[in-house]
Design a protein. Structure first.
Lengths: 497, 491
C-alpha cells in the first residue's frame, strides 16, 4: 500500500505558492512574508510527519507516465528524507533571513518567487524516484537559481550569471544524455536500493563504464568537482541568502546527492566497485578537497574564501560515497547535513558583516568580534566545526570518513583528511584571530569597516539558530533522529545485499 | 450522441473557416465577431472529431460519396488530429492577441487595413491548414498549399510597409517556385501511377519516375519549410510582418509543408537512407547557420525568426533516422517538436511584439537601456525560451528527448551530438535578449517592474505556459498520435 498525498503536499508547499508570489505586487511585503513563512513552517511540519511515518515503515510514492515507459515518480525513501529535512529546515531559516536582508530592496516579488521554485526543485531532486525525474528537477533548479544569482542586475552579476548558466546547462545536457543512454541501455532509470546495472555491467563493462563517466561528469558540475568547479566561486556575487542556500542545500548538494543516487541506486555500490570506478572517483574527490582548500587560503574576499571552502567540503560527500565502505558512507551522508548547517551559518554571518559593518574582506575583519558578537560567535562555531573540532558536527563526519577510509583499506584518506583539516584551520583561524584578538583600528582594512548599521533580529538570529544546530548535530549525534542516526538507517538499506 | 455522430465534423473543420473567411470579407465591420464565431465552430469540430478518432480510430469521409481513386477522401488519423489540435490551440490564442493589436481603439491607416483584412486572410489560412491535415491525395494537397501560400503572403505584407512588401515579394517568389515544383511532381506521379491518392501512389514507390517526383516535391517542400539552404526568404518575411501574423507564419504555416513532407515520407515514398541523410545534413546546416545568424542579428524579431530556421533544422534530423530501428521514436519526437515549436514560437513572436510595442523599439542591445520593462511579455518570452531550448518539463524537452532516444537506439550518435549542439546554440542566442531583460544598471531612470497589464499580455503568456509544462502530457499526445499507426506498425 502506497500513500501518495504527503510527497505531493510537500512539493506543493513550495511549488504551489510560486504563482502567488510572482503575482503579488511589489509593495505587499507583509502578505508575501506571511505566505512564505506559513508555507515554510507547514513544510517543516509535513516533513517531520513524513520522517516519523517512514521510520515506522510506511511507504510513500506517487508516479505517472510522462513519456512512453518513462514515469514522473516521487518516492519518500529514507535517503530522500535526509535531504528534504535539511532543505525544509534551512528554507524556513533562510526565508526569515531573506526577508530581513532584502527589506525595501527591489524586485522582491521575483526574488521570492524564484526562491520558492528553487526550494521546490530541491524537494523534487530529493524525492525523485528515478533518474528521469531527478533530471527534470535538476534542470528546474538551474532555471530557478539563475535569476537569483543575477538578482542585483549589475554587469558583474550578469557575467557571473552567464558563467553559472554555461556550466550548469552544459552539465545538465551531459546528464540528459547520460540519463537517455541509461534508459536506452537498461530500459529503466529507476532508483533501487542495491542498483540495477549488475547484468549490464557484466555483459558490456566498457559501455557501463562510459555511462558512469558521463553521469558523474553531468552531476560533477553542480557538485563542483575539479575541474568543473569554476562557477561556484564566481556565483558568490549573489545576495547573501542566495549564496547561503546555494552552498548549503540547493545546487552543490543536488550534484552531490545525485552522485550518491547514481553510485548507490543506479549502479549499486558493489557493481561500481567491480567496474573499478570508485577509486578514481575517490581520487577526484581528494584532489578537489585539497585544491579547494589551497585556493581558499589566498582569497581576501570573505565570500570567495567560503566558496572555495565549499568546493573542498562538498567533495567530502563524494569521497565518502566513493570509498565504498559503509562507515565512510555514514560519514558522507552525515556530512550532507552537517556541511549544510555549517556553511549556511557562515554565509549568513558573512552577509551580516557586510550589511552591518560593510566588512567584505578578511583583511577588514579586525575587531569585528566585539562589534557583532552574536554573529561572530555563530561564525566561530561553524568555522571550528569545519576544521573538525570535537564535539561539533564537522568532527563527526570527518571521524566516520577516516574510519571508513581505514575500513576500505585506503590509508591515504587519513592523510588527506589531516591535510584538509590543517588547511581548514589555516584559512579559518586567521579570520577568527582577526575578529576576536586584533583591535579594530589596526590593519589595512580599517577604513572599510568604519561604518556601522544596526541589523534587525531577522538577520542576527538565523545564524545563531543554525550554529546551535551545528552544536546539537555534533554533540547529540547518537540521539534518535539526529542526522547521524538517520544516516545509519539509510546506509543499512544501501549496503544490504 | 447519435445525431452528433451523423454530423460530418471532418469536412466541417475545413469548410467552417472557409465560410468564415468569405463572410468576414463581405462584412468587414463585423470581421472580428464573424472570425471568432467561425473559430469557435471550427474548434468545436476539431474537438468532436478528436473525440471520434480517440474513441473509434481514424475517420474517413468520402466527399460526394465516391471513394478513392475516383472521388475525394478526407481522413483524420492520430497525426492529423495532433496537427489540427495544434493549429486550433495556437490559432485561438493568436486571434485573441490580434483582437487587441488591431482593435479599433488603436489609430492609424495601417491598423485600419489590418482590421479589414486580417480576419479573412487568417480564416482562409486556417481552412487551408486544416485541409492539408485531412487530405489523402496529392492534388488536393497541392490546392491546399496554394491556399495556404496565398493567405500567408497576404498576412506578410499586411502592414503595408516597404520592408514587408519586399520580404513578401521574396516569400511569394520562393513559395510559387515551391508550388511549381510540387505541381510538376504531381503531374509526374499521376502519369506514372494513374492515381493521386496516397495508397495508390505507395504501390508504385521505388519506380524511377516516382523517385524523380519525390525529389521535386522534396525540394519544393523544403523551400516552403525554409529548410537550409532554401531558407533565404524566411527571416525577413517573419520579422517584418505584424506580431500576430508572424506568430501564425512561424508557428503554423511552416508546419504544414513539414507535415506534408513527413506524410509522404512515411506513407508513400519511404526513400532510401541517402536522401534521409541529405535532409538530416540540411537540418544540421540549418541548426548551425540559423543559430549563428541569431547570434549576430541586432533585432529581436529577426533573432526569433532565425531561431525558427535552426529549430526547423533540428526537427528535420528525424528524417535521417527514418529507416533505422529508432524511426518510430524519432518521428514521435519530431511531431512533438513541431507542436512545441508552434506553441512556443507563436508565444515568442507575440511577446516580442508586445515588447516592441511597450518599449518602442526591438533593438536587442538597447533592451537593458530602457526603464520600461513589460514584465509579463518578458516573462512569456522566457517561458517560451525554456520550451525552445528544450528544458524540462516543456513540450520541447519531450520532443528532443524522443528524437535523441531514436538516434541513440539507432546507434547514430552523430544526431545526438547535433541535438546537443542545437540546445547549446539556442541557449546562447536566446540568452541575449533574456539578459537584456534582467539587466538594470544601464537604464537611465529607475526601472519599473510592472508597466501596466494589458489583455494582449495574456495570449503569449498562456501559450508560453502551455508550451513550458505540456511535456508532462507527452504520453497522452503520443497516445493520440499513434492512432491509426501513421508511422507504420511498431517494429
Amino acid at each position: 500500500m502506497e500513500f501518495t498525498l504527503l510527497p505531493l503536499a510537500i512539493l506543493f508547499t513550495s511549488l504551489g505558492i510560486v504563482p502567488l508570489l510572482f503575482a503579488l505586487p511589489e509593495r505587499s511585503a507583509r502578505l508575501r512574508t506571511t505566505i512564505n513563512l506559513t508555507a515554510a513552517a507547514i513544510k517543516v511540519g509535513l516533513v517531520a510527519w513524513l520522517s516519523w511515518r517512514v521510520s515506522q515503515g510506511t511507504i510513500y510514492g506517487v508516479g505517472f507516465e510522462v513519456l512512453p515507459g518513462l514515469a514522473f515518480k516521487l518516492q519518500a525513501d529514507p535517503l530522500a528524507i535526509l535531504f528534504i529535512a535539511l532543505s525544509s529546515i534551512l528554507w524556513l531559516i533562510t526565508t526569515i533571513y531573506s526577508v530581513g536582508y532584502l527589506e525595501k530592496g527591489p524586485h522582491r516579488a521575483r526574488f521570492f518567487g524564484f526562491f520558492s521554485l528553487c526550494v521546490a526543485a530541491t524537494v523534487g531532486i530529493a524525492m525523485a524516484g528515478n533518474l528521469f525525474t531527478f533530471l527534470l528537477f535538476y534542470e528546474l533548479l538551474t532555471i530557478a537559481t539563475y535569476p537569483l544569482v543575477i538578482h542585483r542586475g549589475t554587469a558583474e552579476a550578469l557575467r557571473a550569471g552567464r558563467i553559472y548558466l554555461i556550466y550548469t546547462l552544459a552539465g545538465g545536457l551531459v546528464l540528459l544524455v547520460g540519463t537517455l543512454w541509461l534508459w536506452v541501455m537498461a530500459g529503466s532509470t529507476d532508483f533501487a536500493a542495491g542498483g540495477m546495472m549488475a547484468d549490464i555491467a557484466a555483459a558490456s563493462p566498457v559501455q557501463a563504464l562510459m555511462l558512469f563517466v558521463v553521469l558523474i561528469a553531468g552531476l560533477g558540475v553542480k557538485a563542483a568537482l575539479v575541474p568543473f568547479h569554476a562557477w561556484l566561486p564566481i556565483a558568490m556575487v549573489a545576495p547573501a541568502p542566495v549564496s547561503a542556500l546555494l552552498h548549503a542545500v540547493a545546487v552543490v548538494k543536488a550534484g552531490a546527492f545525485g552522485i550518491m543516487r547514481v553510485v548507490y541506486e543506479v549502479f549499486g555500490i558493489h557493481v561500481a566497485v567491480d567496474l573499478g570506478v570508485t577509486l578514481p572517483l575517490a581520487i577526484a574527490a581528494g584532489i578537489t578537497i585539497i585544491y579547494g582548500s589551497l585556493r581558499a587560503l589566498t582569497q581576501d574576499d570573505i565570500k570567495k574564501r567560503l566558496a572555495y571552502s565549499t568546493v573542498s567540503q562538498v567533495s567530502y560527500i563524494t569521497l565518502g560515497v566513493a570509498l565504498a565502505s559503509p562507515i565512510a558512507a555514514i560519514g558522507a551522508l552525515a556530512h550532507l547535513i552537517h556541511q549544510g548547517l555549517m556553511k549556511i551559518t557562515m554565509f549568513m554571518a558573512a552577509g551580516n558583516l557586510a550589511e552591518g559593518l560593510g566588512v567584505k574582506s578578511v583583511s577588514a575583519m579586525n575587531g569585528v568580534g566585539r562589534r557583532m558578537p552574536g554573529t561572530m560567535l555563530a561564525f566561530t562555531l561553524a568555522a571550528l566545526a569545519m576544521i573538525g573540532l570535537p564535539p561539533l558536527a564537522g568532527f563527526v563526519s570527518k571521524w566516520y570518513l577516516a574510519s571508513g577510509g581505514l575500513d576500505a583499506g585506503q590509508g591515504w584518506v587519513i592523510a588527506l583528511l589531516l591535510a584538509s583539516s590543517l588547511l581548514n584551520a589555516a584559512y579559518f583561524l586567521p579570520m577568527l584571530h582577526r575578529a576576536w584578538f586584533v583591535d579594530a583600528d589596526a590593519g589595512a582594512g580599517a577604513q572599510e569597516s568604519a561604518r556601522q548599521r544596526p541589523i534587525g533580529w531577522m538577520l542576527s538570529a538565523p545564524p545563531l539558530v543554525t550554529a546551535a544546530l551545528v552544536l546539537i548535530a555534533g554533540g547529540l549525534a547518537n540521539a534518535p533522529f539526529s542526522p547521524l542516526e538517520w544516516t545509519r538507517f539509510v546506509v543499512a538499506i544501501e549496503y544490504r545485499e | 450522441m447519435s445525431e452528433f455522430a451523423s454530423i460530418d465534423w471532418l469536412a466541417l473543420t475545413v469548410f467552417a473557416p472557409l465560410l468564415g473567411a468569405v463572410a468576414s470579407f463581405l462584412a468587414p465591420r463585423m470581421a472580428p465577431q464573424i472570425g471568432f464565431a467561425s473559430l469557435t465552430v471550427t474548434a468545436l469540430c476539431v474537438v468532436m472529431l478528436a473525440a471520434q478518432v480517440i474513441a473509434g480510430g481514424p475517420v474517413i469521409v468520402s466527399l460526394g460519396g465516391w471513394g478513392a481513386p475516383l472521388g475525394l477522401d478526407l481522413r483524420a488519423d492520430g497525426l492529423g488530429i495532433v496537427m489540427l489540435g495544434m493549429t486550433m490551440l495556437v490559432g485561438l490564442f493568436v486571434s485573441l492577441g490580434a483582437l487587441d493589436s488591431f482593435s479599433a481603439a488603436r489609430e492609424g491607416e495601417e491598423n485600419a487595413r489590418m482590421r479589414l483584412y486580417f480576419w479573412p486572410l487568417w480564416l482562409l489560412l486556417l481552412s487551408g491548414l486544416n485541409g492539408a491535415y485531412v487530405s489523402t491525395d496529392i492534388f488536393n494537397l497541392y490546392v491546399m498549399i496554394e491556399v495556404i501560400a496565398l493567405a500567408a503572403i497576404g498576412l506578410t505584407v499586411l502592414t503595408g510597409r516597404l520592408e514587408a512588401m519586399r520580404a513578401g515579394l521574396e516569400y511569394m517568389f520562393a513559395s510559387m517556385l515551391g508550388a511549381l515544383l510540387f505541381l510538376m511532381a504531381v503531374g509526374l506521379a499521376y502519369l506514372q501511377a494513374g492515381r493521386l491518392d496516397f495508397a495508390g501512389l505507395a504501390a508504385h514507390a521505388g519506380e524511377p519516375a516516382m523517385m524523380l517526383a519525390f525529389a521535386l516535391m522534396l525540394v519544393g517542400l523544403a523551400l516552403k519549410t525554409a529548410l537550409f539552404p532554401l531558407h533565404f526568404w524566411l527571416p525577413r518575411a517573419h520579422a517584418s510582418a505584424s506580431a500576430p501574423a508572424s506568430a501564425l507564419l512561424s508557428g503554423l504555416v511552416l508546419k504544414a509543408s513539414l507535415y506534408i513532407l513527413l506524410r509522404f515520407w512515411v506513407e508513400i515514398f519511404g526513400p532510401g537512407s541517402l536522401i534521409g541523410l541529405t535532409v538530416g545534413l540540411m537540418g544540421t546546416g540549418a541548426v548551425i547557420w540559423g543559430s549563428v545568424q541569431a547570434l549576430r542579428t541586432q533585432r529581436l524579431k529577426l533573432l526569433v525568426a532565425w531561431s525558427t530556421v535552426a529549430q526547423i533544422g533540428l526537427i528535420c534530423v528525424a528524417f535521417a533516422l527514418a529507416d533505422t530501428i529508432g524511426a518510430q521514436t524519432a518521428w514521435q519526437g519530431a511531431v512533438l517538436l513541431m507542436v512545441a515549436h508552434a506553441v512556443a514560437k507563436a508565444a515568442m513572436f507575440l511577446a516580442a511584439g508586445r515588447i516592441a510595442q511597450e518599449t518602442g523599439h526591438d533593438r536587442i542591445a538597447d533592451l537593458d537601456r530602457t526603464h520600461l520593462r513589460p514584465t509579463l511579455a518578458q516573462f512569456a518570452f522566457a517561458l517560451a525560451a525554456i520550451s525552445l531550448i528544450g528544458l524540462p518539463p516543456s513540450a520541447g524537452f519531450a520532443g528532443k528527448w524522443l528524437l535523441m532516444e531514436g538516434a541513440m537506439r539507432a546507434g547514430a550518435w552523430i544526431w545526438v551530438v547535433v541535438a546537443m549542439a542545437g540546445t547549446l546554440f539556442s541557449v546562447a542566442y536566446l540568452s541575449r535578449p533574456l539578459i537584456g531583460f534582467l539587466r538594470f544598471d544601464r537604464a537611465p531612470d529607475p526601472v519599473g517592474e510592472h508597466h501596466g497589464w494589458a489583455i494582449a499580455d495574456a495570449p503569449p503568456l498562456m501559450l508560453a505556459f502551455i508550451a513550458a509544462i505540456s511535456g508532462l502530457a507527452a504520453v497522452q499526445i503520443i497516445g493520440v498520435l499513434d492512432i491509426g499507426a501513421p508511422f507504420g506498425p511498431f517494429p
